[in-house]
Design a protein around this ligand. Structure first.
Ligand code: FES
Length: 436
């Protein structure tokens, strides 16, 4: 029987033509969608790459430097004179040195401690205001902030606070005060960091989020590094001001006189490569009260101590230079010049940096540190354990660090011989067993 038009239409409805069948096939549809998705991500990637290239063109760099001109000049105009007297303690020489000798000591790889910087410069009120305005508590209570606020809130507040006019004024005024006895030309980076280094138990489940939002080493530990690995100019000086106590349980370690040590590091500059020595027992470890500061070249190897205390350790870290910043090949941070009391936006230097450089990444050991002979001398070592004799007593340590798995064979014994200091973030690892 010939199909009627009705039965034909029914047939047509129930048996779609080939092309329609294909597009209704769930597998083919999914594959097609995946294909489209793939194309879209490819286009997005290409656009991202084009944008990145564009951002590095002199024209774009010039444009962004010009865009910041007025804001930068306003910060320069807000710098206030801070006439207080400061004292400078040289960690290398273990004594107070004259202010006139401090800059040379820093440039030679020394670490300088300035006690009670906040009090002596009369900045207590300013820091109280900063803390109350952005963290809703007094400076004295910042060490307990992890008990009162969520990690998400702390990240958000740290981001807002560090770019606030008050932070920029404070950091510029402090750096200007520290550098002006030494030079009439100075360069200040207008992006301080407020580092709220939370107790590790509070931070460990949020590290990916924190790093994505604000970068490594602001709220969580940062392994041993030099700042140029993260794109900072190679002639940077760091001023690290403790707003709470910063000690061997939650502070920072710095390898003195390590300017000539160029450890191998990851291409993204996040971490030192596995197997490269950091000499943790030779570090100066911060022992600071709230209001004290340390000043050091950013090219000294340094990194956070994983926070093993119950307190949040808070620091305001600031960067500056006494010669024009030698910008990294990939980044140009927002520096301004204060040259003989006049403002320089450094627009040309930011747009056409003449001294582009990439930090060296060549060494696994440092001769000057090797000579001090602090390396571990195990009596036995395998994948599970390290045996060490300490004053006639055999101690067994795990081979790998319980925090993030660093090889403890590159760790070193603490001064009392009771712990192995992890080479990455200085966790004090206890022995499993002591065998008489
Ligand atoms: S303390 Fe971080 S890996 Fe050991």
């Amino acid at each position: 029987m010939m199909p009627t038009s009705e039965s034909y239409n029914q047939h047509a409805v129930h048996t779609p033509p080939g092309w329609l069948k294909q597009s209704l096939n769930p597998l083919i549809t999914v594959n097609k969608l995946a294909g489209i998705d793939h194309q879209v991500s490819k286009i997005k990637l290409n656009l991202h790459a084009i944008r990145q290239k564009l951002y590095r063109t002199p024209f774009y760099l010039w444009l962004s430097a010009m865009r910041r001109y007025r804001a930068n000049k306003a910060v320069f105009q807000s710098i206030k004179p801070l006439p207080g007297e400061l004292s400078y303690f040289s960690v290398s020489q273990q004594q107070i040195i004259p202010e006139s000798a401090a800059l040379a000591a820093i440039q030679q790889g020394d670490v300088i401690i300035v006690r009670q910087l906040i009090d002596k410069l009369g900045l207590q009120q300013d820091f109280t205001q900063l803390s109350q305005q952005y963290f809703a508590c007094d400076v004295a209570d910042l060490s307990q902030i992890h008990l009162k606020q969520t990690v998400h809130d702390i990240v958000r507040q740290a981001r807002v606070a560090r770019s606030s006019p008050l932070s920029l004024q404070l950091q510029s005024s402090i750096m200007h005060r520290l550098l002006s006895p030494h030079t009439r030309q100075m360069y200040l980076e207008l992006q301080p960091n407020i580092r709220l280094h939370l107790p590790y138990a509070f931070v460990k489940d949020h590290e990916a989020y924190i790093e994505q939002q604000i970068g490594r080493g602001k709220l969580n530990p940062h392994g041993q590094h030099k700042d140029s690995w993260r794109g900072h100019p190679k002639n940077t000086i760091n001023v690290w001001l403790a707003l709470t106590e910063a000690n061997a349980q939650n502070g920072m370690g710095i390898l003195l006189h390590s300017l000539d040590y160029h450890p191998k590091h990851d291409p993204d500059g996040q971490e030192i490569q596995p197997g490269v020595k950091t000499y943790p027992s030779q570090h100066y470890v911060t022992d600071l009260q709230a209001g004290d500061a340390v000043i050091f070249c950013a090219e000294l190897l340094h990194g956070s101590v994983i926070n093993q205390s119950g307190q949040t350790r808070v620091a305001l870290s600031m960067r500056c230079a006494v010669e024009k910043p030698q910008f990294h090949q990939k980044y140009r941070y927002n520096y301004i010049g204060v040259e003989h009391g006049r403002f320089n936006n450094l627009t040309l230097a930011k747009s056409f940096a003449p001294a582009l450089f990439v930090p060296e990444s060549t060494a696994t050991t440092f001769a000057a540190a090797e000579q001090k002979g602090s390396s571990l001398q195990p009596t036995y070592i395998d994948h599970e354990r390290i045996d060490v004799m300490v004053e006639g007593q055999l101690k067994q340590f795990p081979r790998y660090c319980p925090h993030a798995g660093a090889d403890l064979a590159l760790g070193e014994l603490s001064a009392d011989g009771n712990h192995l200091i992890c080479p990455a973030h200085r966790l004090c690892v206890k022995p499993r067993k002591c065998l008489a």
